[in-house]
Design a binder for this molecule. Structure first.
Ligand code: NDP
Ligand code: MG
Length: 381
């Protein structure tokens, strides 16, 4: 029996992880967390009978404690760490959205648990610290993000020295066919209509601004220890090629599959095995086209900015990520216009670029993140 602790069980990735746990009698959901979706959390408890649950809201806790007396409950952000610190052996799947995922990732590593990471924000903001902790504690950290799962599979069995570059594909998101002048008046409901993937709100908005691709470039740098000069992005509308690795002999290995997150999640959960199920096979005879376009930094300035903050390092990747998290939540709440998202990120990066800090620990990052959130909210709410 393999036990899993699932952070963010009620989300888009969390739900697909549960499909996989449900499909294998040797998998067990030992514990999970949720934030607001009480009905879904109750359905998960009834179906999977976990031993531990982390709850964000005190009212939910009261209700659940009365209903389920055999479950150990933990509360709020600290409860995310309490959950991953339980003494039982388990693999932690982090499918939280945002930098709230950082502390529990650190706690999981320190309690010697392997981690399957969907929560890219953690690596973007604290990649060097996380890699150091992973090494010191001798745990495994595997990506769930489809591009990074693809790259990991393309690199398998190959010497890193023979890699010329990593090529990350990008669908272009909901507004890929619009010029910048048409972005002025787009709405949230337009932004969350992704052409190829069904995902949580934040990452779908991030895909449309291409901040998501920017985050993925930084994520790839940390996961594969690649310099930014060897990480390229290319527009690929169909999301069939999930990413590629080009070798020094100009040969390329690409990972192709129908766009379905079950595949990279399953690969991480069964690593290094490829197990059948869920994802439909590609019928090449029905694939009319695989299209590619050079990444356009003028149309998608957030990708270019991600390379800048990544190269600079220090706290700049966190500034990029946190200002995006706050800006997207303001946009989702109808408080700012779509293009203000880019404005907020650019102005914060611009402000901090001459005040960068390179020597810090996790507590410093979390404190900086909190203050930055407060200051952006004050300016824009
Ligand atoms: P969702 O918004 O669908 O789900 C987020 C989950 O985290 C939910 O369970 C939510 O609880 C919980 N949560 C949100 N905020 C908090 C908080 N402050 N404290 C505790 N729990 C919280 O996100 P996705 O599943 O789309 O994405 C998760 C991560 O995976 C992100 O980092 C994303 O970038 C990455 N990713 C996602 C992909 C996808 O296909 N969705 C693809 C590749 C990467 P509740 O719903 O109960 O409020
Ligand atoms: Mg991705």
């Amino acid at each position: 029996m393999k036990d899993f602790i699932l952070l963010g069980a009620t989300g888009s990735i969390g739900t697909q992880v549960l499909d996989i746990i449900d499909s294998d009698k040797n998998f067990n959901l030992l514990g999970f967390s949720f934030k607001s979706n009480l009905d879904k959390a109750i359905a998960i408890i009834d179906k999977f009978s976990p031993k531990y649950v982390t709850v964000k809201d005190k009212e939910h806790l009261k209700l659940l404690k009365e209903k389920y007396q055999n479950i150990t409950f933990f509360l709020e952000d600290e409860g995310l760490c309490d959950l991953v610190k339980i003494k039982e052996d388990a693999t932690v799947i982090n499918s939280l959205v945002g930098l709230v995922g950082l502390k529990p990732t650190v706690c999981a590593i320190l309690s010697k648990k392997d981690i399957l990471l969907a929560n890219k924000e953690t690596l973007v903001c604290a990649g060097d610290l996380i890699n150091k902790l992973v090494k010191e504690n001798n745990v495994k950290l595997l990506p769930i993000d489809s591009e990074h799962s693809a790259i990991m599979q393309c690199l398998k069995g190959h010497n890193k020295n023979s890699v010329k570059k990593i090529i990350i594909t990008a669908s272009g998101g909901s507004f890929r066919d619009l010029d910048r002048c048409n972005l002025e008046s787009v709405t949230l409901s337009d932004a969350i209509k992704h052409p190829n993937w069904s995902m949580g709100t934040k990452i779908t908005v991030d895909s449309s601004t291409m901040v998501n691709k920017g985050l993925e470039v930084i994520e790839a740098h940390h996961l594969f220890n690649m310099p930014y000069s060897k990480i390229e992005t290319v527009l690929h509308y169909e999301s069939i090629i999930h990413s590629m690795v080009e070798f020094k002999d100009n040969g390329i290995i690409a990972h192709l599959a129908t766009p379905d997150m079950h595949l990279p999640i399953k690969y991480a959960m069964y690593y290094p095995k490829h197990i059948k199920g869920f994802t439909e096979e590609i019928d090449f005879t029905k694939l009319s086209n695989l299209t590619f376009k050079k990444m356009d930094y003028e149309r998608f300035p957030m990708v270019k900015l991600a390379y800048f903050v990544g190269e600079e390092g220090g706290i700049l990747p966190l500034v990029y990520n946190t200002s995006n998290e706050v800006a997207v939540s303001l946009f989702v709440d109808g408080k700012i216009k779509y293009l203000d998202i880019e404005k907020i990120i650019s102005s914060e990066v611009d402000y901090y670029k001459d005040k960068n800090v390179w020597d810090f620990d996790i507590d410093y990052l979390l404190d900086f993140d909190k203050k930055l959130r407060e200051s952006i909210l004050k300016k824009w709410s």
